[in-house]
Design a protein around this ligand. Sequence first.
Ligand code: UD1
Ligand code: UDP
Length: 374
Amino acid sequence: MSYVKKNLVIFGTRPEAIKMAPLVKEFQKHKDFETKVCVTAQHREMLDQVLNFFGISPDYDLNLMKPNQNLYSLTADIITELKPVLEDFKPDYVYVHGDTTTTMAASIAGFYAGAKVCHVEAGLRTHDKRSPFPEEINRQVTGRIADYHFVPTQQSKENLRIENIKEDHILITGNTVIDALLYSSGKVDKMENGEVQKLEVLLKGYQKMILVTGHRRENHGQGFINICEALKTIALQHPDVQIIYPVHLNPHVQRPVREILSGISNIQLIEPLAYPAFVWLMNRAYLIITDSGGVQEEAPSLGKPVLVMRDATERPEAVSVGTVILVGTQKDKIIAETHELLTNNNKYHKMSSLHNPYGDGKASERIVNFIRSL
Ligand code: UD1
Ligand code: UDP
């Protein structure tokens, strides 16, 4: 009788869920694996939106999110609450994704339990431990602990090689975000989606739409005030442009955004969107302004220019292919670059060619084949 390998896939936030869902679905196709899902629920509503869309029911739900939570207790709670799960299921392999507190804490817990730790979306680096904060360190710590590293690009493999990770423990897979994007693009057109119909109404009468998202911890405080003041100026300078901003539920984001941007007729502050509706909106956008990691990866595949409100990015590939410009959080720079893209057609068209530096949609398949081959 052949041995069934036991997988525990652990995630907790919206982006991890989007990027791990295709892997969960791929493992579930194969009978030589027993695959269970554990969510820390570091996010609650924004996680549940993704679980609903992909039809994933977690086997374990730690339900840890607290309003305005902090890094200290969240980290401690995740490690503590994973202990009984790991002791109950006894996985051979624990899968973590990316760079969140869930990622870092779950990799430590998986290591304590004696499982092989598999890091999906490994090897991204800014080499600046305060940017993104605390994600750069979360990813580096996870990289130290992990046994197997699934990297999206050659550049991320190189980053790990420099850190003396064994080459045969690294696999270039592409990013599972492209697997998710392809899965959702196929669905959204066919959907009777109430959310999409509401968005259609917001777009009516405007020539162009700018889609905005933002949440990074290092931008909390003055950074967000600058961002919001820049958006306000852009809206007033360009009344023919609609700005749509699905506002992240973090109270440190909600507060400045709603205080500074409420009541402006061409700025729509809306709730976080379910993934397929957000993909639909990205497709309809003229330009995206964001500090998100995932959106930076999706945009090149959709041919959408992105202004990234960060000083450094661990995703240099999209900057190299020309889709992304880093603008930081300086008000004047955000206003100037946006104005340029709204008015300079040549520059806009150069930035909006289609590229796929992050993969071909087969990342999950490659990961499954690799684990099977061990
Ligand atoms: C977290 C991750 C960040 C990731 C981001 C994706 C860490 C340290 N941060 O940041 O790496 O890029 O998620 O969005 O791991 N909240 C809700 N409902 C939700 C989600 C959040 O109310 O569904 C509110 C809660 O008050 C919560 C707060 O947002 O306490 C902060 O959530 P947290 O996960 O700690 O930080 P994020 O800024 O979401
Ligand atoms: N996203 C979504 N709904 C929204 C905003 C974003 O589904 O209202 C998706 C987006 O397509 C991307 C992911 O969420 O796949 C990015 O998440 P976020 O920006 O919160 O985190 P990051 O990628 O910066 O870690």
